[in-house]
Design a protein around this ligand. Sequence first.
Ligand code: MSP
Length: 473
Amino acid sequence: MKYYLTTPIYYVNDQPHIGHAYTTVVADVLARYHRQQGRDVFFLTGTDEHGAKIATSASKQGMEPQAFCDLNAAKFKVAWQALDISYDKFIRTTDEYHERAVIKIFQDLYDRGYLEEREYTGLYCVGCEKFLTDKELVDGLCPDHKQPPTSVKEKNWFFKLSEFLPRVRDLIASDEIKILPITRKNEVLGLIKTNSLGDFSVSRQKSSVSWGVELPFDKNQVSYVWVDALSNYITAVGYNQDEAEFNKWWPADLHLMAQDILKFHAVYWPALLLALDLPLFKTEFVHGFFTIDGQKMSKTVGNVIDPIALVEKYGADATRYLLLSQFPFGQEADIKAELFDERYTADLANGYGNAVARVTNLIEKNDITVRWEAADKEWREKIATYYTDLRFDLVIKEAVARIKALDVYINDTKPWQQTDSAELTSVLSHCANELKTISETLFPFMPAKAAAVLDCLNNDKIKKGPNLFPRLS
Ligand code: MSP
């Protein structure tokens, strides 16, 4: 069975930060879990590189847009490598095959009669890459970027969204396309109901924004970034290039993102797919935005966390674990930096790491040949339901409880006092089996550490395992 999942493609004007890392680690945990279950997985991530926002950032640095994109896309790749992200493909919207497919998409939309040229006047926020209404402004400023929007008056091509809205609404309401959690589904349905979503402009005049894909039927216009960006989910898997590949992977099983880009994914994207007469994605899971120590992450506050700094301190595996164990996936929440140290020491150094050292040490000392048991099916099924609901925090919680129970079992059975060798083999075999189950469960979160433990257990003569989680200095 195939499983195709995606992260948003991140804007290259920003450095990869803990927010991008969070969604990407979540996707990686899912990808690794589904691979572990024997599924054929395609995990896509990448960078969003066109548009006014990128062009402006490049010129501020005195760089050509393409050189600027190359430089920053590389930073995302470095960060994902540091976090041991096992993506199958990293798409960049400046990739030539993607640009070619975007041209085809525009031509199709045009040929099908879904585009119309209109005069447009509006207030545009470059930070959001979207038009804002007067109502959305706070004291005349974009509420997110605290910048005055620019007044734009130009001729643009519009996508006739209104023709698709009733169908999009029905598809969401009937769960034919699932928007999860349910609060987000209701939010989108509410948004559609307000009638505030009209046809939207899908191009920009080249004279005002030149960094984009030129429209095939109008050389004076370039693609609006969101049409270009959303298309990545199909162009990355062979759309307009390799039909067999495309049919193998599309529709996507899961698009992951945070609430900031819900409207684009839950309304615009299905409407565009309907217009192109393509199958619809199956599920979108929309997680909350988190704050850092109670404050919105921002350069001015100075609380932007660099994922590479976390990896340097805790290692890749622990960073992944610490990110996902902070709060239930989906919720809007706060990341408390001081909790990282606490959890590292409690769950990893004193918990999992210590259990591995204790058990493997006792097995080596007593020269035990472990009796392996069949897999714990009930446990696997329980974990599978957590994955269905994307409750990573519960997978972690259960694993931590099982580590604690193992610790209690060792304290109770006191293998170091045991003189009966059959009994000792039985007790330590139980411990080794427990470690195996726990490590298999933790593998998607901590692939290198869990694999090291599984390798160590996989030997005929088990030797004391590695020191997995050194104490923090
Ligand atoms: N380029 C668009 C997405 C196009 S997808 C077809 C974009 N890029 S972004 O760089 O701004 O990334 C937004 C995404 O980054 C969020 O949806 C989320 O996945 C992640 N996050 C960024 N900051 C975050 C938090 N503070 N909290 C949680 N997720 C965060 O939007």
